[in-house]
Write a protein that binds this ligand. Sequence first.
Ligand code: HEC
Ligand code: HEC
Length: 343
Amino acid sequence: MSVGWAQKVPALRRKTEFRLMMSGMALIINLASFRGCAAEPGIHRRRALLIWRRRRLWILGSPSAPRNEDAVSHPDHDRSTRPGKGAEVAFGAWLLVGIMTTASATEIPPAERRSGYDTMGAETQAMQRDDTTNPGMLWVQDGADLWEKVPSQAKLACAGCHGDATQAMRGVAARYPAFDERSGGPIDLETRINRCRTDNQSEAPYAQESRELLAVMAYVATQSRGLPITPVPDPRLGAARERGRALFTARMGQLGLTCAACHDDNHGHKLGAATIPQGHPNGYPLYRLEWQGLGSVQRRLRNCMTGMRAEPFAAGSSEALDLELYLMSRAAPLPIETPAVRP
Ligand code: HEC
Ligand code: HEC
């Protein structure tokens, strides 16, 4: 007896949705790693990934992972994957099915763009607003000291060439990444600062994510606090920005998620304990309670990509830069909030 496509298709759809739901559950259960730090993969994350792989085999019905055997040897795994276990998990999983199957992502119009500040709790907002409680101000202070400090090679301090940062650096962070004549592509603020280190001070560049680099970046970016993001309209940045947009809407990682599915189409919804923000980079470098420290936008992107079960873009890679360029134009004209505070 032959079964026609008309009968097969709904069954196939149900099966696909079910698989997606299970993937969604795996993500919900792994939210800790989504919110956690990609740079320091901990034991929990590795364990979660292992469970995820096993579960995936089970979901896909691989003969190498027979269901019963798996259930016996990993009782916790079985419990956590059984549908309808708890209303909360099921709801979260269904939201994720929605996120995963969202087809059209439309960019948020400028007038409707909202900072991540708006979706935070009142306490975290208050912490950001008050410079005496904002932990990011410690880095800004360090940055101010480094700005004045004459480096060891007896060259000029940053201040020696640029003078008063409140004048010279005002508005700079609001228009970065900018166009770089030398590379013929975009350049971000940290690379620009490091170029002054090497070319103008004959010093070694600050290490990626080092306390010094974050401090100087925070000090420079704080001079743009309150100013609207104004991307450089340079047409030579067009191609890179488009590449960034393509990355934002591309399916990535084991879950096949896109950035846009969460940040364009499902912002404002709860994902576990977190509210999905619109995902704007208007407060970096910023202090994350989760990190217990200051971090760059690149670090934040690595967190989201790890949550998507995707291989994060390497720090300083052209993909990361293209994405940042697009994110800044997508965030305009939100005001710069550096040093912002986030959960
Ligand atoms: C010997 C002089 C000199 C020193 C010292 C110096 N810079 Fe620069 N800096 C420059 C010049 C020249 C430019 C390019 C100006 C331009 O493009 O209009 C520049 C550009 C920049 C820019 C980009 C500004 C923009 O509008 O795009 C930043 C940010 C910057 N410097 C930060 C720093 C920091 C931080 C330090 C200290 C670690 C520093 N500079 C040290 C000379 C210097
Ligand atoms: C499954 C949903 C989801 C996906 C997919 C996702 N993110 Fe996120 N993103 C979040 C959540 C949730 C947060 C906030 C977490 C928190 O602070 O508690 C966040 C935070 C951010 C922020 C920080 C915003 C701020 O106010 O500082 C940026 C930027 C961002 N995401 C960009 C991206 C990019 C780019 C991608 C694709 C590579 C991506 N996200 C993929 C859920 C997602």
